[in-house]
Design a protein around this ligand. Structure first.
Ligand code: BV8
Ligand code: ZN
Length: 255
């Protein structure tokens, strides 16, 4: 029995419909965004606290910003790494990991770079925008996964070729890794249920995954307190936080 305290504002019939759709699905794809980590205390991109030193994250997460002032952008990512160091997965992350264990073909596609899904136990997942603790060489592409204890205050240099390292994330204006993008597209297009949690559905190509799933006949379930460009196309909408909705759904998937 999955222990979950039902939030009495949730629509119980919709919870039941969503759980049944997942239970009966052969393939489930889940797309998450910054909103699922909001309840772990991590600022979302477009929320009121999505700024750093008065500037928008989106203006700093670009190759142009890094080329113009690598130290400035490095300091931004260092701040985000330090912010993340004492954060833990919340009930929404944990519920997704539990649902993954009860579904034969479950693929989690996350836009988040905070690593909280993996720490919550998710395994079959694609981090399509990279990972905050990954450093990548600007020249030879060598990647080094850091721990919170060995992140460098200064920009590190590649052990293999001596070139400057950079954060191992996908910046605005950069291509996603083809294997990640194709894996995510395949999972979305093959899904019977597309669970979309905590994303404004504004960033491409991630946001298109939900519409591709829909056009291939998937039942689209959206979990987001705010309306998004996906809301009108979703089959079931939960205008609530992921931390309440996902455990409620998970508790009914198992019963
Ligand atoms: C690409 C890693 C093509 C970095 C991120 C000009 C040139 C090239 C491309 C473009 C261009 N103009 C536009 C584009 C496309 C661009 C794009 O989509 N821009 C947007 C802003 C319009 N996309 C790209 O650049 C992508 N690459 O297109 O390449 C190309 C082709 C040829 C040659 C070269 C390139 C790359 C996009 C990846 C960018 N990197 N992250 C880092 O983290 O520092 S994206 C960044 O945004 C994060 O990953 C974040 O997750 C993601 C999406 O945002 P959300 O996750 O949705 O977060 P947001 O704050 O927006 O929303 C949170 C939601 O949660 C809200 O709706 C809120 O209501 C909800 N919420 C709040 N609390 C809760 C909650 N929900 C549930 N529970 C709660 N408790
Ligand atoms: Zn190198």
């Amino acid at each position: 029995m999955y222990n979950c305290v039902m939030d009495d504002t949730l629509n119980k019939d919709d919870i039941e419909r969503a759980a049944r759709a997942i239970r009966e699905a052969d393939r489930v794809c889940c797309l998450t965004g910054a909103g699922i980590s909001a309840e772990s205390g991590i600022p979302t991109f477009r929320g009121k606290d999505g700024f750093w030193a008065g500037r928008r994250a989106e203006d700093l997460a670009t190759p142009r910003a890094f080329a113009a002032d690598p130290e400035d952008v490095w300091a931004f990512y260092l701040w985000r790494r330090q912010l993340l160091a004492d954060k833990v997965p919340n009930a929404g992350h944990t519920a997704l990991a539990d649902i993954e264990r009860s579904v034969d073909h479950f693929t989690l596609v996350t836009q988040n770079v905070d690593g909280l899904h993996r720490r919550a136990g998710s395994e079959r997942m694609i981090e399509i925008h990279g990972n905050l603790l990954l450093d990548r060489c600007t020249a030879c592409g060598v990647e080094v996964m850091r721990t919170f204890d060995d992140v460098s205050d200064e920009i590190p240099y590649c052990d293999a070729c001596g070139a400057m390292m950079r954060p191992g994330v996908v910046w605005f204006g950069e291509m996603l890794k083809p294997k990640d993008l194709y894996g995510a597209q395949a999972a979305a297009e093959a899904s019977d249920v597309m669970l979309v949690v905590g994303t404004s559905s504004l960033v491409q190509p991630a946001a298109s995954l939900s519409f591709w799933a829909k056009s291939n006949g998937a039942t689209v379930i959206e979990v987001n307190p705010d309306a998004t460009p996906l809301t009108a196309a979703a089959d079931i909408c939960f205008p609530h936080g992921a931390g309440a909705v996902l455990p409620a759904i998970a508790s009914r998937v198992f019963d």
